[in-house]
Design a protein around this ligand. Sequence first.
Ligand code: ATP
Ligand code: MG
Length: 351
Amino acid sequence: MADQKQIILTGDRPTGRLHLGHYVGSLKRRVELQNSGLYDEINILIADDQALTDNADNPAKIRDNIINVVLDYLSVGLDPEKVTICVQSALPALHALTFYYLNLVTTARLSRNPTVKAEIQMRGFADEGLPAGFFCYPVSQAADITAFDANVVPVGEDQLPMIEQTREIVEKFNKVYGETLVLPKAVIPENETQRRLPGVDGKAKMSKSLGNCIYLSDDPKTVKKQVNGHMFTDPQHLQISDPGHIEGNVVFTYLDALCTDAHFAEFLPDYANLEEMKDHYRRGGLGDGTCKKFLINILEETLSPIRAERAKWENDIGAVYDILQAGTAKAVETTNATLARVRKAMRINYF
Ligand code: ATP
Ligand code: MG
């Protein structure tokens, strides 16, 4: 449809403060999209109900992190004049939509979702028993996306199976009840490292649940400690003159995700770009200390304006709550309208 409205829905679980993986995988892009002027609506959902599916024993953690996530949004430059920030649990239409969509998917299909499978292992549910709510959370994500009529969903790579599941639900719904829901598409970063930034240990993806993060709100000392103390380089690169490996070298993975040619001009003028630096490392003669120092400089350049902005909003916390409340009130209207449309399509709009 040429005249289709361009609507974005994206979001995060309030399970902790946001980290560098969120920044390179999603937040940075959101700010670019916000400033592109190409979108009619940008909605950002703080998925507190979804977070409860694997944190049912700790609702206080989820509640307390909602405002931290809003602070992180405002700190990276998301502008409440241009984006709608809202809380999932305050949008009852999402619960109703989830309930209807659950009838359009099979348990066999849900069992095949590779991200959910990996998360089940990671969270120990394979041994302890799997909460049904967690098993079904991709369906609630379908409710989130469709409730806003979103056609564009910018996310990290781990979310691709969720968007696929949503598309199947939309197609099924439209087939059974008539054309009602908008078919969304995922937008993931072009840069491969940004799609799935590993943790500082270089193993799994950086994730709040794994404690392998550099948080956007970490102070400079903590950031330096994470890089110098936890990031492995090439274990065979013992002498500076030894040839080194780039593959599996976490420092270079982070440089891949973060550095630009301008960073070289500023901090490491011996090289014009990352390729030249990598070549030197491979040949031998470039020390790990120099590489780490370069990365720390780039991290500081990225994080210090974010920290400064966060401090400003922390001093005006009442305004942060107001932003969330106003965004949520707007989202109630949007999502209720979709639910009414859905009920009408299903011919269950009794009242
Ligand atoms: P949790 O451990 O609670 O699931 P998380 O760190 O995985 O937290 P989410 O809130 O699940 O974060 O993810 C929010 C968004 O950030 C999603 O679009 C996801 O794809 C993206 N994202 C999360 N971690 C990374 C990462 N390491 N690299 C790139 N994108 C990421
Ligand atoms: Mg996650």
